[in-house]
Write a protein that binds this ligand. Structure first.
Ligand code: 5AD
Ligand code: SF4
Length: 438
């Protein structure tokens, strides 16, 4: 800790896109106060924006804190933010005395005040879960790349028995419609071509009358915005209005991340997922009926307590039945304080490892096949970053595939039409046709 006000800052993010969004907003707050972003090694203030969703997250944070100590024995001002902060609370500064600030995901708008308190020799903890206060307190969006995140909803009321989110992010809460349209417009004015709407249960966004489909239709009318995406969704919140938007809102990209977690009804019930294998498959059918080319992705957990070999086979079979373009799969990790952590029948690591390998092999096959199917197709690509080769840019197809293009004269943020001329298992190569929008 130092008694001078920090002049430079560094935000290190762990975990999900919500943390990426929160990290950007923290950086904007300090930049608006005249502080400069810098490398972790040189920064006067380091914010660790942590994740608690799976194994060893807290341990990683403690070892990172240790590494922040400088050669002369001093440390920067250290703030631990995010879900580990919420879950561990004041225990963090007890275990790591270098930590000056512990701030939960709903209280980070108070970071500048907390940093000022540290300069006066105080250390502070704020784990309030007040809901929407922080958004009003944050500065207007002024800087973005071509793709931007916009948090529309936070928290979760679903209480899946394996998950810490309802405890670390609090209850489901939706930001007001007008505020979101304003933030989206500000992002587009600052250069965003694509906006991804974020929320732990993004499709639970709404105010009783409007659902996420309504919000997407409002954003569709913003000139200069070309692409809209959203994640992560819960099957039970997949309203007819939102499904219909997939059929007729052109800017809504043909991609849906809809986790099912497991394919067996007994396991789904033990997970408290409140949907069944069949109800999930029926939703997929409805979405495909309005948007046949939609790319589907999902999340899976293997080795949930009590999962038998036969029940795991049901997970493989729902993957075969659904057919994904990509999916995330995880070994069950007991989270302190969640009901599943103390359930009988915890699965041995070796068994879960073997299941994970089999599931991942199947998902990789499906991903490669999905990519192969785009070979020879003509599609648009939003250029996001430079590639490794001279004159090469990398962008995303509507289906969220990475596309490499040799594109002298083009810039990041351009949207171009290409023919897909090569399809590898993980990425595609495109040949330029013409520029659609700049
Ligand atoms: N163990 C393993 N995976 C988990 N997830 C959430 N909690 C756990 C846990 N305790 C996974 C789920 C969720 C994704 C974000 O992380 O698949 O959808
Ligand atoms: Fe966690 Fe379930 Fe809520 Fe998703 S729906 S955040 S898995 S409790």
């Amino acid at each position: 800790m130092s008694n001078e006000s920090p002049k430079t800052f560094h935000v290190k993010n762990y975990g999900c896109q919500m943390n990426v969004y929160d990290g950007e907003r923290m950086a904007e707050m300090f930049a608006a106060r005249g502080m400069d972003a810098s490398d972790k090694e040189d920064a006067d203030l380091v914010i660790l924006n942590t994740c608690h969703i799976r194994e060893k997250a807290a341990e990683k944070v403690y070892s990172e804190i240790g590494r922040l100590r400088r050669k002369d024995g001093s440390s920067p001002v250290i703030a631990v933010a995010g879900c580990v902060a919420q879950a561990e609370g004041p225990e963090i500064s007890r275990r790591a005395s270098e930590v000056d600030i512990v701030v939960g995901p709903q209280a980070y708008h108070k970071l500048p005040e907390m940093v000022a308190a540290v300069a006066k020799g105080e250390s502070t903890v704020d784990l309030d879960l007040p809901g929407l206060d922080k958004f009003a307190a944050l500065p207007k969006r002024r800087k973005t790349g071509p793709t931007a995140f916009l948090t529309v909803q936070e928290g979760c009321d679903k209480f899946c028995t394996y998950c810490v989110v309802p405890y670390t992010r609090g209850a489901e809460i939706s930001r007001p419609f007008a505020e979101l349209v304003d933030e989206a417009k500000a992002l587009v004015d600052a250069g965003a071509k694509e906006i991804t709407l974020l929320g732990q249960n993004v499709n639970a966004w709404g105010d009783g009358e409007q659902d996420l489909g309504t919000l997407i239709r409002a954003l569709d009318r913003i000139d200069g915005l070309h692409r809209i995406r959203y994640m992560t969704s819960h099957p039970n919140d997949m309203t007819d209005g939102l499904i219909a938007a997939h059929g007729d809102v052109e800017k809504l990209m043909p991609y849906l991340h809809l986790p099912v977690q497991a394919g067996n009804d007994r396991i789904l019930k033990a997970m408290n997922r409140s949907h069944s294998r069949d109800s999930y498959l029926r939703i997929i059918e409805k979405v495909r009926a309005v948007r046949p080319d939609i790319a589907l992705s999902g999340d899976f957990i293997v080795g949930f307590p009590g999962e038998t070999d036969a029940e795991f086979e049901d997970t493989l079979s729902i993957v075969r039945e659904t057919v994904y373009s990509y999916a995330y799969s995880f070994k069950y990790s007991p989270r302190p304080g969640t009901p599943a952590a103390t359930m009988d029948g915890q699965i041995a690591h070796e068994v879960a490892d073997e299941r994970l390998q089999r599931l991942q092999a199947l998902i990789s096959e499906q991903q490669a096949a999905f990519n192969r199917d785009t070979l020879g197709k003509r599609t648009s690509v939003l250029l996001e970053k430079p590639g490794k080769l001279e004159g090469q840019l990398i962008g995303k197809s509507p289906w969220l595939q990475s596309v490499h293009i040799l594109a002298p004269g083009l810039s990041i943020g351009d949207i171009v039409d290409v023919d897909i001329v090569e399809a590898g298992p993980l990425s595609l190569k495109g040949e330029l046709l013409m520029q659609v929008a700049a």
